[in-house]
Structure formats: C-alpha cells, structure tokens
Design a binder for this molecule. Structure first.
Ligand SMILES: Nc1ncnc2c1ncn2[C@@H]1O[C@H](COP(=O)(O)OP(=O)(O)OP(=O)(O)O)[C@@H](O)[C@H]1O
Ligand SMILES: [Mg+2]
Length: 368
C-alpha cells in the first residue's frame, strides 16, 4: 500500500526512486566497502534501504539504531539487536553457525545466536572477522551488507568503559574484511559526516572513499502522481485542487505526503477542512520531535521562530532573538546555534540565507 505509514519493504510499494534504487544496488554490488545514504527526516531513506536490501538478494544485517536511544546506547541493547538479526540470518543461511560459534562470546542455542555483552564477552571485531570468513566460503553470496540506520547515533557509543568505538571498527573492516559492506543512513546529515570524519585526519576513517547517495524531495509533478496513484489504490476520489494544495503545503517530502494520504484514506472525507486538520496534526508531531533540542537551549526555539517568520539572514535572526529575550546574544552563540541546526538537518543555508528544511516545521515555527 502506497500510503502505508511504515517504511516500505517491497519494490512494488516504492514510488519513484528508480534512479536512487539503481545507484544503491550498483554501489552494493561494487567493491566499495562504505555507502552513505543521506537525507532529511521522512524523505524515504529507510524505505529505499529496505527495498534495496531485499532486491539485492544477498545476506544482510539491518540495525535500526533509533531503538538504542531508549536504553541509553548500551552495549546490552546493541548486542540484543545484533543477536536478533544474526538469528534471522542463521535461519536462512545454515552454514553461518559453523563460523560464528568459534568466536568467544557467541553461543548458539537452536536457531538463536546469543551474544555475551559482558566485558570479557564478545568483541565485535572478532565477530566481523568470522562473518567475513563465512561469506568468503559461502558460494551463493559475495557480500554481507551491514545496514546501520541513523548511524550518526553511533557516536553516542564512543568512548568510556564498555563503550564501542565504531569508527575504528568500521576502518578495520574497511581495510581488512573485503566481504563486508556497510551502509550508513543519516537524517542528521552533518552529524553523520562528522562521525565518519572522512575529511578529518584524526578520524580512523580519514581519506576512505565512500559512495554517497542523497535523497531529495519529490518535484511537484511526482508528488502529485504519488497522491493520485495512492488514492486510486484506496478507491477514493479526491479533487485535483485539493491534491495540488496538499502538494504545495507538503513540499515533496514523501513521508508527509504518505501521512496525508493515509489519514484522508482513514477518514474518507477528502475536503479542505480535513487537509487543515491533518496539517495541524503533522505540525504537532514535528514540533514534538524538536522538544529534545529545545531542552538543550531555549534559543533554538527562538532561532526557528525567527526563521518561521521569514527572517533568513544571520543579522536579522540575531536581532529577532535579542528582541524576544530582551538582552544581547553573542555573535559566536548565534553562529553556533545555526551551525548545530544545519548539522541536525533542520535548517539549510541557501543563496538567500537560512531556511527551515521541513515544510511542516516551517509553518509550525511561526508560533514557537
Ligand atoms: N518511495 C516511496 N514510495 C512510497 N512511500 C514512501 C517512499 N519513501 C518513503 N515512503 C513513505 O514515507 C514515510 C517515511 O519513509 P521512511 O521511513 O522510509 O523515511 P526516512 O527518511 O527513513 O524517515 P526518518 O528520517 O523519519 O527515519 C513512510 O510512510 C514510507 O512508507
Ligand atoms: Mg528512517
């Protein structure tokens, strides 16, 4: 179903994106060990990734790193995710067990592959090495793909006791394990790039070549066809004018278009009033996701409000923030706030100054 609110898994449900899918599949079949799939929130990264993993017909491990947030990025939580994926892989690829059971900290109980997360337990580098050996011997496959969704979150696991330095692990695999391939996705694009640090001499991944695929929003025509096709599937007639208005307000972000389609299909009353109501729901959802950032500094809210009200230049943002707080704010602080918002993928810097990326947040921010 085109309007399914979950990420797509099947190629037939993936609208457009032929070019991006082909590029991703080509990169997955090439010798390049590291692929980055980038794009702002709700632009369709996970969908493209899942469809590609399935289409490639090769073994893969998929980890949704957002799940780790709830458990404070602990080793236990990560090993549990990994154990689930390895168990799934094992049920399809029986010989996998022969290779991983030799690794310290790995136990196989029936179809389950359990990982010991204690300090004397499993070392991930040993597991990766065993996986590489397995692929080498497995005649039916050439690569094992490790897909890390929202990989910028891995930076939270770096340093400290019991933590894992993923960059070193990735660099080790890049240099020594030719049958493993990593795909990292990231909606906080700047943070992911900082994490990978391909341009930073201090990073273990410095200078490593990687393939980059950037997902952009749909153009108006594609967005319109997406809605038309989705509503046809739902056997729901929606006036063209209404579809055009939705496209105008949702600005090619496929996640929002799908959300709109899904909600209209639920209510089955396609009119302007419903569009407004759905727009309000979306604003509330998007704003809630920003709460974490607002907790870090109340200035983020004010910077976004200034942008929402149409101020795009550095100077006018500073002026607005100072007017609202009633006191001077340092130049360096304004710059830092803007830089952080860019890295988080919430705003971008264009020819006419800064702009909020997401059309829903752009509207909501007027009232921040
Ligand atoms: N090409 C597509 N065709 C049809 N629906 C899509 C497509 N891409 C994404 N969607 C839909 O849009 C929504 C968001 O997609 P998805 O979760 O893949 O995006 P994302 O970039 O991973 O988002 P997030 O940053 O929130 O993780 C989902 O409802 C998904 O089904
Ligand atoms: Mg995603």
């Amino acid at each position: 179903m085109l309007f399914d609110p979950r990420p797509k898994q099947e190629k037939r449900d993936l609208f457009g994106r032929e070019r991006e899918l082909n590029r991703l599949l080509a990169a997955m079949g090439s010798r390049c060990p590291l692929i980055l799939l980038l794009g702002v929130r709700r632009i369709g990264k996970t969908s493209l990734l899942k469809v590609a993993l399935k289409e490639a017909g090769q073994p893969y491990i998929y980890l949704d790193l957002r799940i780790l947030e709830e458990e404070g990025y602990s080793r236990v939580a990560l090993y549990r995710l990994l154990s689930e994926e390895l168990s799934r892989l094992h049920s399809a690829w029986k010989r996998l067990g022969e290779f991983v059971r030799k690794v310290r900290g790995v136990e196989i109980a029936g179809v389950r592959i359990e990982l010991d997360w204690g300090s004397r337990g499993l070392m991930l580098s040993s597991l990766l090495k065993a996986l590489n050996e397995w692929v080498e011997r497995e005649k039916k496959s050439s690569y094992l793909t490790l897909a890390l969704d929202e990989a910028q979150l891995l930076r939270n696991m770096v340093g400290g006791k019991g933590r894992i330095d993923f960059r070193s692990l990735l660099a080790y695999s890049y240099d020594n394990l030719p049958n493993l391939k990593f795909i990292l996705t990231g909606s906080e694009v700047g943070l992911l790039m900082d994490f990978v640090g391909a341009e930073n001499p201090a990073s273990p991944l410095y200078g490593r070549y990687r393939e980059e695929i950037v997902l952009e929003g749909f153009d108006d025509e594609t967005a319109l066809s997406f809605l038309e096709k989705g509503f046809r599937e739902q056997k729901l007639k929606v006036e063209r004018e209404l579809l055009e208005e939705a496209v105008r307000r949702l600005d090619g972000v496929v996640g929002w278009l799908a959300y709109y389609g899904y909600r209209v299909s639920q209510e089955r009353k396609p009119n302007g009033q419903l569009l407004n109501a759905i727009f309000e729901e979306a604003k509330a959802m998007a704003s809630k996701e920003l709460e974490k950032i607002f907790q870090r500094s109340r200035y983020y809210r004010l910077v976004l409000r200034a942008l929402g009200m149409g101020e795009g230049s550095w100077a006018s943002i500073k002026r607005s923030v100072e007017a609202w707080t009633g006191k001077p704010v340092g130049n360096a602080q304004i710059t830092r706030l803007l830089e952080n918002l860019v890295k988080l993928g919430i705003i971008r810097r264009g020819d006419h100054g800064y702009q909020i990326v997401d059309p829903i947040i752009r509207e909501a921010a007027k009232h921040y």
